[in-house]
Design a protein. Structure first.
Length: 137
């Protein structure tokens, strides 16, 4: 079974999945990432809509992204065209913040606050390590 890693990005930092999960294929990996994103969105504020899970293969190659905005049930009432627009806006804002972190070492403040130091915590039975982006010189 192929090994997949699920890295969490919150516009200011990246929480790495060093262990990964053995899954059947990319389709199952995307379903797993979607399930984790839904679980993390449950009872969360709207600031998490900017978060994203990056699915990477065993070699660390990026293969798929699962933006949290696309699984946020509080946006389900929108007409399909508005929902696509909202998903696109959240994804664009996340790309801007990610670029700012890469270039300057910081990003815009979000409703969830700033991430300023590396940390470890658990999601389910997995221990994850937060890694902040290096400051560009």
């Amino acid at each position: 079974m192929p090994l997949f890693h699920f890295h969490l990005r919150d516009c200011q930092s990246r929480i790495l999945d060093p262990d990964g999960v053995d899954l059947q294929d990319l389709c199952e990996a995307e379903a797993y990432a979607t399930q984790v994103a839904r679980e993390l969105m449950r009872n969360a504020d709207s600031g998490r809509r900017f978060w994203q899970i990056d699915v990477c293969d065993a070699d660390g190659t990026f293969v798929r992204a699962v933006p949290f905005a696309t699984v946020d049930p509080t946006l389900d009432h929108l007409r399909p065209s508005l929902r696509r627009m909202a998903d696109s806006l959240y994804a664009g804002r996340a790309r801007i913040a990610d670029t700012m972190v890469r270039l300057f070492g910081f990003a815009m403040a979000s409703p969830t606050g700033w991430t300023t130091r590396p940390a470890e915590f658990s999601i389910g039975s997995k221990k994850v390590v937060q890694s902040t982006a290096p400051r560009a010189r």
